[in-house]
Design a protein around this ligand. Structure first.
Ligand SMILES: [Zn+2]
Length: 321
């Protein structure tokens, strides 16, 4: 393997495409983010191919040769057909054979996987889970996704759809979820649902510094604002964050008992609450899991932030092609 070999990692999101050119160690040489021009299969494929072409040119100008490409997508990927079979947040992916189009236009090997699997692989190879073998990476944002690493490898399950941590049922009588079930973790602890729970309670309790935000015309409430108010010492916001931590910690305990993991890595926008959220998660996980597997399992915040997906995609391209 020449020293001038590098890799491209792409991370397709609901609104934008992140991209990176990395070296063999996952060090980022170029990084970019583009808004998705149009949610149309042909336009999306064109845009992705164009991003790859530009990154290859930049690599060549520095004397590097791209060896393989990794692409993370927001949806379920069938590993056999390399097609996206379900992508509620980016439906055109279901109608484009993106893998084949990139392969044909670039002539390179491509790895194609779910975005949470890619981010999990990023944290495993270059982030907080380096050296671990059995890990779950959970991303808590607009939705709740997860990637599982078992015995050092991404675990995809029989058909490739494993890791749906956000759709674990926590409240049998809870709200209806986008997946069709009710009471999934996502209906309680995703960013929009943290806001929903906060609004519902604020109509009953007006003592919080967030009360002004409960009425839509007074400003938009976001999980970040709730976290900020909690950090500033608002008891109500703190209570919401702690409750959220209890729900997530309950789900984490179930996974620790089921899989006897080395590490649980928590990432995504909602984790900007930091220790305020991490501590109740750890406490609740401890309360609800067996002592030995809990004591062995580290529960930590992710370290790569929004770059986990592109780094993981590039590293999976390095290791799986
Ligand atoms: Zn669900």
């Amino acid at each position: 393997m020449s020293e001038g070999t590098n890799y491209i990692g792409l991370d397709l999101g609901e609104m934008s495409i992140r991209s990176a050119l990395t070296d063999r160690a996952g060090e980022i040489l170029e990084i970019g983010q583009q808004t998705i021009e149009r949610k149309d299969p042909a336009v999306l494929s064109e845009q992705v191919i164009d991003i790859i072409r530009r990154l290859r040119e930049k690599g060549r100008a520095r004397g590097y040769d791209v060896r393989a490409i990794g692409v993370g997508v927001p949806g379920l990927v069938n590993p056999a057909s390399r097609r996206v079979v379900a992508s509620p947040n980016l439906p055109p992916l279901e109608h484009a054979d993106l893998h084949e189009e990139i392969r044909r236009s670039s002539g390179l090997d491509i790895v194609f996987d779910n975005d949470a699997n890619m981010a999990a692989y990023g944290e495993l190879t270059c982030g907080s889970a380096v050296g671990m073998k059995n890990v779950i990476y959970v991303t808590i944002g607009t939705g709740i996704g997860a990637g599982l690493i078992l015995d050092g490898k991404i675990y995809r399950g029989s058909l490739g759809y494993a890791g749906e941590f956000g759709h674990m049922t926590l409240d049998p009588d809870g709200l209806e979820c986008a997946c069709g079930n009710q009471g999934c973790l996502e209906t309680i602890a995703s960013g929009p649902n943290i806001v929903r729970r906060t609004r519902e309670r604020l109509f009953r309790d007006r003592s919080s510094s967030l009360s002004a935000l409960a009425l839509p015309e007074k400003g938009e409430m976001t999980p970040e604002k709730i976290a900020m108010e909690a950090l500033n010492g608002d008891d109500f916001s703190l209570m919401i964050i702690e409750q959220t931590g209890k729900w997530i910690g309950t789900a984490v305990a179930n996974v620790i008992n089921l899989l006897n993991l080395d590490m649980v890595v928590l990432g995504g926008g909602v984790m900007m609450a930091g220790d305020l959220l991490l501590h109740p998660i750890i406490q609740e996980a401890e309360r609800r899991s067996f002592a030995s597997p809990f004591n062995h399992c580290k529960i930590v915040a992710a370290t790569l932030g929004g770059q986990a997906g592109v780094i993981g995609a590039a590293m999976l391209a390095r290791d799986a092609t």
